[in-house]
Write a protein of this length. Sequence first.
Length: 269
Amino acid sequence: MSSPKRNRKPLVIGAGVAVAALLLGLASYTATRPDDAASAPKASGANSTSGPAADVTVDPQSGAYPELEKLARRDAKDGLAIGRADAPVVMVEYADFQCGFCGKFARDTEPELIKKYVDAGTLRIEWRNFPIFGEPSENAARGAWAAAQQGKFWQFHSAGYAKGAKEKGFSVDRVKTLAEEAGVPDLERFAADMESEAAKASVKRDQDEAYGLGATSTPSFLINGRPIAGAQPKETFTDAIDAALKAAGGKKPQGAGADVGDAKESVGR
């Protein structure tokens, strides 16, 4: 398995994180190990459309890690999140726009999770930019952040993961076209935001967080602190969300679903 050549700073979030990081790192390796039919970069980024996107077996008995659960930011103003900030379950998603498996998850699984759990107020999804395939991925990540500044991240997410979008690449001009497709109202501001130091800092923060967890492939997830690597079958996610909801007492906040907004309409278009 090849890995991106970047500085991987350790993430200091408390005792026991090393075990959790090892679990996620091992799962990431399994998802892209050399013995698979495809090589590591292709395994992470191939545009597969059938069967499990990554050959990873997630132990249903594996527990969540409190240190990892604390990574949920629950910022009501986070434009890269969908769902109530006080939802009992938070799924943190580390992904790259050039990753074919991420696209498969975005089109096939995420909309169903939003319909079943986010709309009900029981799940919040927090996106983390994790560009691992070079400059085009970095362009898309900064574009995603810039779109979020105008409340259009999830529309940009849908445009970036639409079928055929990856094949057109993610040059700076192409990312600006995606912003237009996503309905970003002020494209001049978008272009400026995309090249800003704030965009670069935000992407680096997310990237460092993922590397600190031992993630080596995309997509990678944390569901209330439980690590899952790869675009697994939908049941893997529903089982993990149901287990996390049960552990949280099975309660959802009053007025559940009220703060979801209309971004869900664009997810997985």
